[in-house]
Design a protein around this ligand. Structure first.
Ligand code: PDD
Length: 291
């Protein structure tokens, strides 16, 4: 099925019921709508088998604890609902979206009493990077980080990321990467970033400035399994011997970056290690399809 599949063919899970996507609505006083008071996850499924579902669910739990929104049900039950949402929709390779908000209540910053969290789950076609983008690598820009200081939480408050993506698009780029005050490269609006410096895979350590990407972890894992050196440390674009850069996310696996701020990375072509790591990751995804 294509991404143009009619809306009426799609099914969403909303607070205890599976409903046609067109009829899937929430209250206008939902705190997710009014305060971005919520958290989310995006999980990829290949031919019926989810990639790293457990780590995604564990991150959802950490996010829920980080913002004090109780999970509406157990992680096991959420896993079942995720599976059922996938099965009720027509996509073999899908990205399943899970969002939990604090619930609906008359608007007041301080939440009063026990609210019932809102849980919605949708399944959409997993977007694939185009062959053209893979052949050249993507173009990116950098921006000063204007986000909040709890980026390890997967919060639905994504206005800074929306603005960053717009800035990138205005410059004909695909992603904007956030820089800290000292110009260390943190992560993208919806991706992590890894570089190859002196032959080692380098990426910012996990702290409050970056999301602990599940795909970042996978890239690190496969790199280590194949004997590559991985270093988690702050790094800059100006470092000598920086030969490759790649971004990682659930919807991209890893994607080569060929230029940042109009400056070529390495020889301006997708990096060898980048494409090697990508192919190791795609092998694992193919294995899920045929499992
Ligand atoms: N974005 N950093 C940020 C800020 C992100 O929003 C994401 C994911 C990542 C990569 O995380 P993961 O590898 O777990 O997908 C890093 C998702 C896909 C989104 O918002 O659609």
């Amino acid at each position: 099925m294509s991404s143009s599949t009619a809306q009426q063919d799609l099914t969403a899970y909303v607070n205890g019921a599976f409903v046609p996507l067109e009829d899937a609505t929430i209250h206008i006083e939902d705190r997710g709508f009014q305060f971005a008071d919520g958290i989310y996850e995006v999980v990829a499924c290949f031919g019926g088998n989810f990639l790293d579902l457990q780590p995604h669910l564990e991150r959802l739990q950490r996010s829920s604890e980080g913002v004090r929104i109780p999970l509406p049900c157990s992680l096991n039950h959420i896993a079942e609902l995720v599976q059922q949402t996938y099965e009720r929709n027509p996509f073999k390779d899908a990205m399943v979206y899970i969002q939990i908000t604090r619930g609906a209540a008359p608007r007041s910053h301080l939440p009063h009493g026990e609210l019932t969290p809102t849980l919605i789950i949708t399944s959409r076609l997993l977007p694939k990077p185009s062959d053209a983008k893979l052949a050249t690598g993507i173009k990116a820009i950098t921006l000063q980080d204007i986000r909040w200081k709890r980026c390890e939480i997967k919060s639905i408050a994504l206005l800074a990321s929306v603005l960053g993506k717009q800035e990138a698009a205005l410059k004909d780029a695909d992603e904007a990467f956030w820089l800290d005050e000292e110009a260390h490269v943190l992560e993208g609006c919806s991706t992590n970033i890894l570089a190859v410096i002196d032959g080692a895979l380098v990426t910012h350590p996990l702290d409050h400035q970056v999301l602990g990407g599940i795909t970042r972890n996978m890239a690190i894992r496969v790199a280590k399994e194949h004997g590559l050196t991985v270093v988690e440390r702050p790094w800059k674009l100006s470092e000598a011997n920086l030969t490759e850069a790649m971004m990682s996310s659930t919807t991209n696996a890893v994607m080569p970056i060929h230029c940042i701020n109009e400056q070529m990375i390495g020889d301006g072509k997708p990096g060898k290690l980048t494409m090697q790591i990508r192919s190791w990751m795609l092998e694992a995804m193919d294995a899920l399809r045929s499992a």
